[in-house]
Design a protein. Sequence first.
Length: 574
Amino acid sequence: MEEKPQVTSESVKPLLLVVDDDLKELKRIKEELHSRYARHYDIVCQSSPEEAKRLLREILVADQQIALVLIDQWLPGTTGVEFLAEMKRVSPNTKRGLLVEWGAWGQNATAEAIVEAMTFGYIDYYVLKPWRSPDELFHRTITVFLHEWSRTQPVARPQIALVGDKWTKRPQEVRELLGRFRIDYAFYAADSREGEDILSSAGVSTDQLPVVIMLNGGVLVDPSNAQIAEAFGVRTHLKADTDFDVIVIGAGPAGLGAAVYGSSEGLRTLVVEREAIGGQAGSSALIRNYLGFSKGVNGSELAQQAFQQAWVFGTTFLMTRAVTGIRQNGAHFAISLSNGEEAVSHAVVLAMGVSYRRLDVPGIDDFIGAGVFYGASCAEEQATQGRHVLVVGGGNSAGQAAIHLAAHAERVTIVVRSDSLASSMSDYLIKEIENTPKILVRSGTKVVAAEGEGWLQRVALSKRGAVEPELVDAEAIFFFIGAQPHTGWLPSDIARDRWGFVLTGADVLESLPPESSHEPLLLETSVPGIFAAGDVRHGSLKRVASAVGEGSTVIRLIHEHLAKLASESSTSAS
């Protein structure tokens, strides 16, 4: 069963490695893998963990890609968790599965090993060994692993290319937009040989950047977000559809929740989003505490699944368009869009979410998109390869970003004003951070300045009680420093708190004039028929699950509102 493939730099197939000292089990796993994956992957099975380590060292030197390692937990002289923890350090993009026999998860030692390994991020998940052929549950797990791994790899022979100046802001914005739409592409710096060849073939000069080369050979020169969206088939105009039952403003978790439940219950639903699907959650590398996703889920993937779910129920989506105004016309609301169009509905859901607050210190604004980022997405991860990066903030989003970036960066420093992460971050994230050698936490510290020539190069950090700030080398900094709602454009009769968050339910009562008869429903604002859900709402929990819950709850309240309108209309007619 021992296999010693020839490892050369010319190897084209990524590796699937299996380690199990039970030869009968190893044979069954090998047969299952070969039946499905041998055409595109080198499948190697080893019964000796020491021989497997030797082989991996050769493969890493030869730069052959390692897609997946599956290993049994209980092995002579070591454990699967120990093996995979080392694998994470030397090849962080490789997916890591702990092989478990059917029923073994009920054994205390195995269960404890799985929980500990997941908590510290040593494994991506456990894999039940196949017990029949074909074992589709086994293949489902393997296929998901390989799909997730493939999304971390550069696109082979890409037909969609983006060429831009890597030191400027706009190419970063386009990369993030493409990533949020989950469009595979390759980025080339304009001054690279590949970038120069692409521009020459397209007949485009370097003063027209960025440039997007489409699948059909079309060329987009310095395109707007709307032009990019339209080119990939994303709807950016209302066309003839202007009359709806409910208009949802924002396509984050709350807005998508409202869209799914609204359309599934027969309401004509429009969702308007000024950027791309997902809101802040869409930039989360891995959400591990969302119900139903035991392995965790990428925020962008979760958002796209919700988008597709709402779309097949009949939701109309309008992307890269901002709502610029709301006005009431009898029992209807009219919303004005940034492209000059207008839509009407019986109810409106405010689900615009929030953005991370900007840091007002010397130098920071000079490097936005050139080393300074608010939030994090897959578009920036490759730019951090082998570099020192900072993550500023102590919440879950900051923790998720730090762990994700540590797979690419040389080292990651979390900068937080408080004395520890415990007051603002989930325990499972804190434990994984503590067990990730590349991550350092600097508590009681704040950023006070940024420096560089064209791209961020240095950041000044001030420790509480220190006399002078410390200047540290850093090529990227990601901010997660508090929420700021997108509510400045709302009409004045929609009540908000002093930070701009929208008041709903009982919180509205104090803002209403004494003569008002309005008794707002749970998520209803000071204007009857306008509701708020998710992070934009005063008192919300700022969690993905609670935002989705509010998005679904608001639809029931809208039904009550529509029933009231129908009753009033009937009474008036009689």
